[in-house]
Design a protein around this ligand. Structure first.
Ligand SMILES: *Cc1c(COP(=O)(O)O)cnc(C)c1O
Length: 389
């Protein structure tokens, strides 16, 4: 295993393609979030392999930026971080019935709990391991995704209180998640906060006073100070992307996109006017021109919906994908420009050299930056700029 302290260094020209991650950008973004939420602690959210950036290196960078907490969806993700030697407070919030929770309990992973059944299984694991389980009770304040319903909240809190009195549970948090925090000022935000405060008051009424209250994601961290409470859970902003155009452009938010996806031209060739390009001939050359073949496709995370839409930077010029994105490759029409096999191609990056950002890709393809970076496939090695450079 590669130690995060000895990251794989980029070797320009050697890798066919790489997702190059600037760990200093992650550290910077955590500092930006901490400054935006000065009264709260920061949790760096590392689910889905740190949104495709590599969970272990990203964890070290987030901690270096001052994150007090790390968060993931699944206990298996938390265990992988523990196995890599990461001892920071760590929350996993998506448990499934029947899952063996003894390993996360033994590893001191905090668990997000949204039902009596999951509380029971966490308690069972705690008894087996012989230590208390630290739980964060989740109230559904209006997202209608995870969390206990308002109707079921009192029962969950009371059961947790009883287990806490026995010493088998420690109630570390009460938390929730927003539906529309990426639309600043959306009325649902304050409605959810009202439900959240009522749930906290209900818990207090049965004697439950958790260490931490938390509800803010990146968008709320950046735009809703009244939602910061004790801890913000920041995912997308950690990686330097904006939660949504309505929240603002990453650069204006003081964020630096951490990932650069780059490759090299595999083949360049002259073709005549009227040549149909790629599957379905959904692009046709209107003149004699040079086509450049780019060795990344939808198996690598370049959305097939980028056909005739996505833009990349080659030779300092933005060029639109010509024709259908294939599994492993796509084509550019570079006309008479001097583009040759081996030339570097930037699909996205921080945007500082004129390349698109992942946020630009998201806007062009009617999706979110989250999806652009998390879908980069396993064939593309992650390489790192370490923190000390
Ligand atoms: C993914 C996730 C986050 C982070 O959200 P961002 O919008 O990426 O900041 C926070 N909390 C929960 C429960 C999540 O699932």
């Amino acid at each position: 295993m590669t130690s995060p302290l000895e990251p794989v260094l980029a070797q320009p020209g050697l890798a066919r393609s790489e997702a190059f991650v600037d760990l200093g950008a992650i550290r910077h973004n955590i500092r930006t979030l901490a400054a935006a939420a000065p009264t709260a602690q920061v949790m760096g959210v590392l689910k889905a392999d740190a949104y495709g950036h590599g969970a272990v290196p990203a964890a070290h960078a987030a901690l270096a930026g001052g994150a007090a907490w790390l968060g993931v969806a699944f206990p298996s993700e938390a265990l992988a971080l523990r196995a890599a030697g990461i001892t920071a407070p760590l929350l996993a919030w998506l448990l499934t019935p029947g899952e063996d929770l003894t390993a996360p309990v033994a590893a001191g992973v905090d668990l997000g709990i949204s039902s009596l059944a999951l509380l029971e299984s966490a308690i069972g694991a705690a008894r087996t391991v012989g230590r208390d389980v630290r739980v964060h009770l989740e109230i559904d304040t209006g997202l209608s995704r995870g969390g206990a319903t308002v109707a079921g909240w009192r029962a969950l809190v009371s059961a947790a209180a009883a287990a806490a009195a026995e010493g088998v549970v420690h109630i570390a948090g009460i938390w929730s998640h927003f539906a529309n925090a990426d639309v600043p000022g959306d009325p649902s935000i304050d409605k959810q906060l009202d439900v959240f405060r009522a749930a906290v008051a209900d818990a207090a009424a049965v004697g439950v006073r958790p260490d931490l209250l938390h509800i803010a994601n990146s968008a709320a961290a950046l735009t809703a100070p009244h939602a910061h409470f004790d801890l913000i859970r920041a995912g997308i902003a950690t990686y330097g992307l904006s939660p949504s155009p309505a929240v603002g452009r990453a650069a204006d938010l003081g964020l630096i996109p951490a990932m650069t996806l780059r490759t090299h031209v595999a083949l360049a060739k002259r073709v005549p006017a009227g040549s149909g390009v790629s599957y379905g001939h959904r692009y046709r050359t209107d003149r004699e021109t040079t086509l450049a073949l780019i060795p990344l496709g939808y198996a690598d995370g370049v959305p097939r919906s980028a056909t005739n839409i996505g833009e990349v930077l080659v030779g300092g010029v933005r060029r639109r994908i010509a024709g259908t994105v294939c599994m492993d490759q796509f084509v550019l029409d570079v006309q008479d420009d001097d583009v040759a096999a081996g030339d570097e191609v930037l699909l996205f990056g921080p945007g500082t050299d004129g390349e698109p950002t992942a946020d630009d890709w998201a806007i062009a393809l009617d999706t979110i930056g989250y999806e652009i970076v998390t879908r980069i496939g396993g064939r593309t090695p992650r390489t790192y700029r370490p923190l000390d450079t």
